[in-house]
Design a protein. Structure first.
Length: 405
């Protein structure tokens, strides 16, 4: 049985009665009335008109009796997620356990869509960083599974690949080159998790992580950390240079990761990086923002009130006007929670500004110009939010005008 036949068989097994979303040719006109429609710069009451999956009209103060009515629920653009590694635990839910990759993608996609995310950059790791939970050959298995799921019409959200490159890993160049040759990669990030640097300047934080996740003894951790530092000394400069060249040659957007110092930011700027992911200090975030890089932080950082690694908080960056994008990182539902929490920060610009951090800003930073806001000509990717018990609750999600969750 070939891949496409296997995918069709899988669809029959799970009872997939319809594709997500329906092809544009099958779509008609749709009107949605709401008293709270969040545009890029303000909030209005009115109606939006959709034809063939595209917004063709936004009428403030109007009502279409033939359309859907969302009442007091909040209508926002579908969320755009640039960095989530949540697919990996669906594929490897326990150490040493590998789930069927297509089933893992299907399950993960359902969680993504039900979190209000209509465009997602699946973050897959290239390079074995000696983490006990490293995917190994799973990188290519998941790439193939995503393509099979797309071909079979199984996916609710639109999926792109964000290839997270562990630049001090011996095999990162081979894996990145091989993956780029086979799959559509839209974003690559330059990661360095060497103990004592960047995210893990405080080595004790990393020790605590590995004590729990890998159950290593102190002697094992000492040896492990020394090997990681040796790999950094031997490989970092050459691998970073080669990965940057590879990304530019393929026209793939680049993101830095955990920039900490002004020297890190200068290096990222010189390398043509577009997005500064998770800067660990206010100094680095301010310098990145001033250099024109879009500063991305984790929504769990906002929801929890701080970084789990002890680095700068996303709220502090927002208060200083240097936070551009949120990502859900490791909890998909945190994206909408984080955005609504940010609306209270004066420098963000209320709810419209907060919603931009999870819609328009990530779309534009990644080169997507056809989505991310409720405006004429934009794709009708939408999320209906109820404000219940002081929390945002996803009630309905539309991708290109078709309901997917």
């Amino acid at each position: 049985m070939n891949d496409i036949a296997a995918t069709r068989a899988f669809r029959r097994e799970i009872g997939a009665a319809h594709d997500f979303p329906a092809p544009a040719a099958e779509k008609g006109a749709l009107a949605i009335n709401a008293r709270r429609i969040v545009l890029a710069d303000r909030e209005i009451a009115g109606v939006i008109h959709i034809e063939n999956g595209v917004i063709v009209g936004v009428e403030e103060g109007a009502f279409d009796a033939a359309g859907l009515s969302f009442g007091d629920d909040i209508l926002i653009p579908g969320l755009v997620e640039l960095h989530t590694d949540h697919l990996e635990p669906h594929y490897s839910p326990r150490p040493g356990v590998r789930w069927d990759p297509v089933a893992a993608v299907y399950s993960y996609d359902a969680q993504i869509a039900c979190s209000g995310i209509t465009t997602v950059f699946d973050s897959l790791r290239a390079g074995d960083d000696a983490d006990r939970n490293a995917l190994g050959a799973g990188l290519f298995a998941l790439g193939e599974a995503i393509e099979r799921a797309k071909a079979g019409g199984l996916l609710r959200a639109e999926h792109f690949t964000h290839l997270r490159c562990e630049i001090c890993a011996p095999d990162v160049l081979d894996e990145a080159t091989g993956y780029l040759a086979r799959f559509d990669v839209r974003l690559m990030s330059l990661m360095d998790h060497t103990p004592g640097l960047r995210q893990f300047r405080d080595e004790e934080k990393l020790r605590a992580y590995y004590r729990v996740k890998a159950m290593k003894s102190e002697a094992e951790l000492d040896a492990f950390f020394e090997s990681r530092k040796a790999a950094h000394a031997a490989l970092h400069d050459r691998h970073r240079r080669d990965i940057v060249r590879l990304a530019h040659a393929r026209g793939v957007a680049l993101a830095s990761h955990d920039d900490t110092t002004l020297a890190h930011v200068a290096e990222s700027t010189a390398d043509g990086v577009a997005i500064a992911e998770f800067p660990t200090t206010l100094e680095a975030a301010e310098a990145s923002h001033q250099a024109g890089l879009a500063v991305l932080m984790g929504a769990p950082n906002v929801v929890r009130g701080g970084s789990h690694s002890g680095n700068v908080s996303a709220i502090e960056l927002a208060e200083n006007g240097v936070l551009d994008i949120l990502s859900s990182d490791y909890v998909p539902i945190s994206l909408v929670y984080g955005a609504f929490a940010l609306r209270e920060v004066k420098a963000i610009g209320g709810l419209p500004g907060a919603i931009r951090t999870v819609t328009r800003n990530p779309a534009r930073a990644s080169g997507l110009t056809d989505r991310g806001e409720i405006a004429v000509g934009q794709r009708a990717d939408l999320a209906r939010i109820a404000w219940t018990n002081e929390q945002p609750v996803i009630r309905e999600v539309y991708r290109a005008g078709s309901r997917v969750a």
